[in-house]
Design a protein around this ligand. Structure first.
Ligand code: CTP
Length: 403
């Protein structure tokens, strides 16, 4: 079995009792064909000796930012890695990574790398369940970091609970999955939209909707991780995923202009934005004054960006819409799939608990004209993004086969 042949894995080991298990992980990764470069924190040396890892990996263990003044170790490690894995990841390392503090070689490498990162937390239950740790995990997930959740089991000191390092098998399976994913959209141009458009009423007021842009950003993050060149056209100001070109817009018309321009050379367009359907015919230059009475705001339709793209879709391009519904989910989404000439539509019931606008989670049904629907139960928005991009990969393969 050489599923990891010629893969360069930076294996970060931080200071917890589970550090001894990193020896078995290192051995297994090497058996799978990987080249392992171990990086230990100072605290990890208290639990295992570096000779064990360096002998297994045939590679010196790296610990210090300062050992060799002629090289910049963290950028070199970060740039040459196919993947960075931290097992075990302590609460301290997760906190430093989430807040961007590069306090030692391991955390500096995590911040310096563009490679996918897998963290495998291990700590006592009280620490794992602490709000600060859970917030850090949430932040890292939102940025596209892969988390192998700890298991429930025996912990140091005889306690039993959640926090035991995941098994070597689970960690290896995740590394293989992430490395496979990191290439399947290589060379593909993807345009993603995010957020709700804002249609001005006057100098200070707008008509908008509750979209937070989280799902669109998750799609952009995951698409970039899987190798795509991503253009993100957005109305919200969130941290831009690494490697993504961001274009800020506000109104439906501005979004249409930006999407139309970017779509010309795109292989895939994913309209996750909640585009306003109506806008005021006139936008007052000045703030409307209360004393002047209740304004009579006349509305007109905005352009349907996606329907326009559907009408002039180039051969081979994949168009994906989102359907925000509050009733008859599948029927309404199917109608949009057909009327807008889409390859896929992601239907979500935005009235269901934890679903759609503003939430970190979503539950969707992915529909296409010729395949059975795919249901994704309530999950974080990155998981939904992966499911959607899996469907995009399938549709692309089908289109190439029927060329
Ligand atoms: N969309 C668009 N331009 C619009 C309205 C919607 O490109 N003016 C896109 C959205 O980005 C989404 C899809 O069309 O991908 C469906 O949007 P949705 O709001 O669910 O439906 P509408 O087509 O606006 O119809 P309705 O509001 O009646 O459900």
């Amino acid at each position: 079995m050489s599923q990891l042949a010629s893969r360069r894995i930076v294996l970060g080991v931080s200071g917890g009792i589970a550090a001894y298990k990193s020896v078995d992980l290192c051995r297994r990764l090497i058996e799978l064909g990987a080249h392992v470069v171990p990086v230990m924190t100072d605290d990890a040396h208290r639990f295992i000796g570096p000779v064990t890892l360096s002998a297994l990996a045939s590679e010196p263990v790296h610990t210090s930012l300062w050992d060799d003044a002629s090289v910049i170790p963290h950028t070199k490690l970060g740039q040459t890695a196919d993947i960075v894995v931290v097992a075990p990841a302590t609460a301290r390392v997760l906190s430093a990574y989430a807040t961007g503090s590069s306090e030692d070689l391991l955390t500096a490498t995590l911040i310096a790398t563009r490679a996918p990162v897998v963290v495998c937390p291990a700590m006592h239950t009280e620490m794992w369940e602490h709000a600060a740790v859970q917030e850090n995990i949430k932040t890292l997930r939102r940025r596209g970091v892969h988390v192998v959740e700890p298991e429930i089991g025996k912990l140091a000191g005889g306690d039993v609970g959640a926090g035991r390092l995941a098994s070597t098998d689970s960690i290896c399976a995740e590394i293989i999955r992430v490395l496979e994913l990191s290439h399947d959209l290589a060379g593909i141009d993807i345009v993603v939209t995010a957020g709700g458009t804002r249609e001005p009423i006057d100098a200070v007021r707008v008509i908008s909707n509750r979209s937070s842009g989280k799902q669109g950003y998750a799609v952009a993050t995951v698409a970039a991780q899987r190798g795509a060149r991503v253009t993100l056209i957005t109305t919200v100001d969130r941290a831009v995923p690494a490697g993504v070109l961001e274009i800020q817009v506000e109104t439906a018309q501005q979004m249409k202009d930006a999407v139309d321009a970017a779509a010309v050379s795109a292989d895939v367009v994913i309209m996750a934005a909640a585009v306003a359907d109506f806008r005021p015919v006139i936008c007052a230059d000045q703030k409307l004054k209360k004393a002047d009475g209740i304004p009579n705001i006349v509305l007109e339709s905005t352009p349907d960006i996606l329907a326009g793209l559907g009408q002039r879709k180039p051969v081979g391009q994949i168009l994906v819409g989102f359907a925000a519904e509050t009733d008859s989910l599948v029927a309404h989404a199917k109608a949009k799939l057909t009327s807008k000439c889409l390859d896929l539509i992601v239907a979500n019931d935005v009235s269901a608990p934890g679903v759609g606008f503003g939430h970190d989670t979503n539950a969707v049904v992915i529909l296409s004209p010729n395949a059975p629907p795919i249901s994704v139960a309530l999950a974080d928005k990155h998981t939904v993004a992966h499911a959607l991009l899996d469907s995009v990969v399938k549709v692309r393969r089908q289109k190439q086969e029927t060329k």
